[in-house]
Design a protein around this ligand. Structure first.
Ligand code: AP5
Length: 218
C-alpha cells in the first residue's frame, strides 16, 4: 500500500505514521526527518538547507525530490509499501513522486488529507516534544511521557524543535496554505483523495485510517 499523508504542520502526520508503520509493515518516509538528519550530520547539503527549515520556508523541490528518489531506489524491491509524510508539498513534487514511483512500476493508492483546525494545530505544535534519540513524538498536555523530559521508549532526552516557535509556525502555516493546499485538488482530480477529521484524538485518527485501508482491500 502506498499512501501520501497530507495536512497542515501539526495535523498529526508523523504521529499517525509512527502508530501504524509496524502494523502495516510499510516504510515511513518523512522528508522533515530526512532533512533534519542531513542538518544534524552537518553535510554540505545539510548546511545549505538549514536556513530554509529555520525560517519555516520550503527546501527547494529538486533537493527534496532527490532525497525521495534515492530512498525509493533503495527500498522499492522489498515491496513493503510506503507512507509518505510531508512529501509531496508542492505541485511539482506531487508530479515528481508519480514519476519516481512509475520507474519501479508503482503508484500511489490514495492520499489521506488530515483535515485539522488552526486552533488545534497551533496547540499541538507549541506543545510538541521529540525524542533526540529515536524521534518518538510527545505533547506537553495531550501525550505526556511517563517521566518529564524522558522518552518512554528509549530513555532519550526530549527536546523542542527549533521551528516550533510562534513566529516560524506562522510562516509554515502560510507556506502550507500557499504551496501545499493546492495538492489536495491534484489528488482529487486523480480520484485518489480520502479525507479524515484530524482534530480527533490520536486513537480515533488511527481507526479512521484503518477503516479506509480495509475498504481499499475489499
Ligand atoms: P516537517 O517535519 O514535515 O514538519 P510539518 O509538515 O510542519 O509537520 P510536523 O512534523 O510539524 O507535523 P505533523 O503533522 O507530523 O504532526 P505530529 O505528528 O508531529 O517539515 C519541517 C520542515 O522541513 C518544513 O518546514 C520545511 O522547511 C522542510 N520540509 C519538509 N518536507 C519538505 C518538502 N517535501 N519540501 C520542502 N521542504 C520540506 O504532531 C504534532 C504534535 O501533536 C505532537 O506533539 C503530537 O504528540 C500531537 N498530536 C498529534 N496527533 C494528535 C492527536 N490526534 N491528538 C492529540 N495530539 C496529537
Amino acid at each position: 500500500m502506498i499512501v501520501v499523508l497530507l495536512g497542515a504542520p501539526g495535523a498529526g502526520k508523523g504521529t499517525l505514521a509512527g502508530a501504524l508503520k509496524d502494523q502495516l509493515g510499510a516504510h515511513h518516509i518523512s522528508t522533515g526527518d530526512l532533512i533534519r538528519a542531513e542538518i544534524k550530520a552537518g553535510s554540505p547539503i545539510g548546511l545549505e538547507i538549514k536556513r530554509y527549515v529555520e525560517s519555516g520556508g520550503l527546501v527547494p523541490d529538486e533537493v527534496v525530490t532527490k532525497m525521495i528518489a534515492e530512498t525509493v531506489k533503495k527500498t522499492a524491491q522489498d515491496k513493503k509499501g510506503y507512507m509518505f509524510d510531508g512529501f509531496p508539498r508542492t505541485s511539482s513534487q506531487a508530479a515528481d513522486l508519480d514519476k519516481v514511483l512509475k520507474d519501479y512500476g508503482l503508484s500511489i493508492d490514495f492520499a489521506l488529507y488530515m483535515e485539522a483546525s488552526l486552533a488545534v494545530v497551533l496547540k499541538r505544535l507549541t506543545g510538541r516534544r521529540v525524542c533526540r534519540k529515536c524521534g518518538a513524538l510527545y505533547h506537553m498536555t495531550n501525550m505526556l511521557p511517563k517521566k518529564a523530559g524522558v522518552c518512554d521508549k528509549c530513555g532519550g532526552e526530549l527536546y523542542q524543535r527549533t521551528d516550533d516557535n510562534e513566529e516560524t509556525i506562522k510562516k509554515r502555516m502560510s507556506v502550507y496554505n500557499e504551496s501545499t493546499r493546492p495538492i489536495i485538488d491534484f489528488y482529487k482530480r486523480q480520484g485518489k483523495l480520502k479525507t479524515i477529521n484530524a482534530d480527533l484524538e490520536a486513537g480515533e485518527v488511527k481507526q479512521a485510517l484503518l477503516k479506509i485501508l480495509n475498504e481499499q482491500r475489499h
